[in-house]
Design a protein around this ligand. Sequence first.
Ligand SMILES: *[C@@H]1O[C@H](CO)[C@@H](O)[C@H](O)[C@H]1NC(C)=O
Ligand SMILES: *[C@@H]1O[C@H](CO)[C@@H](O)[C@H](O)[C@H]1NC(C)=O
Length: 147
Amino acid sequence: MAYYPCTKFQLPLLIFFVNLVIMTNASVFNPAINEIFINNISRSTPPLNVHCLSRDDDLGVHTLEPGDKYDFSFHENFLSTTHFYCKLKWGRNSSIFDVYYKKQSLCYYKFFKVTDLYCTWSVQDYAIYLALVKNPSPSDFKFAYTW
Ligand SMILES: *[C@@H]1O[C@H](CO)[C@@H](O)[C@H](O)[C@H]1NC(C)=O
Ligand SMILES: *[C@@H]1O[C@H](CO)[C@@H](O)[C@H](O)[C@H]1NC(C)=O
């Protein structure tokens, strides 16, 4: 005789929760995390290369001229283990850092994950600065990393 782990009532309940999880992951409760890179270096040679990766994705090398922007966005996975990091290279100078990893990156949710997050990295001659607002003004940028 077969033994069913779910009763007649538990199965619909389980389906309901599985749906809830799928929906939650898909849209309203899972806002976008936007990473924006701006080349604010004072000269065009050597070029600035930005290469971002996660465990699953290699976004390739992007070359930015002064004034150029490069951006990408993603959603955090259900277990909140989404981890993106970027390698910046400018001539002999390079820097590698996490652009999103839980609360361990400088780009993170201060409060609740309910709105889209905007992390704008301004790459400059001597350092990389970060602003955590949607349309940053120069005073929103804070020092993040040196080369
Ligand atoms: C960086 O470059 C952009 C695009 O040229 C410019 O709008 C912005 O004011 C610059 N920001 C800083 C902090 O120099
Ligand atoms: C790299 O950084 C040094 C200072 O740390 C700077 O003098 C140099 O011009 C930078 N740029 C390149 C392309 O190496």
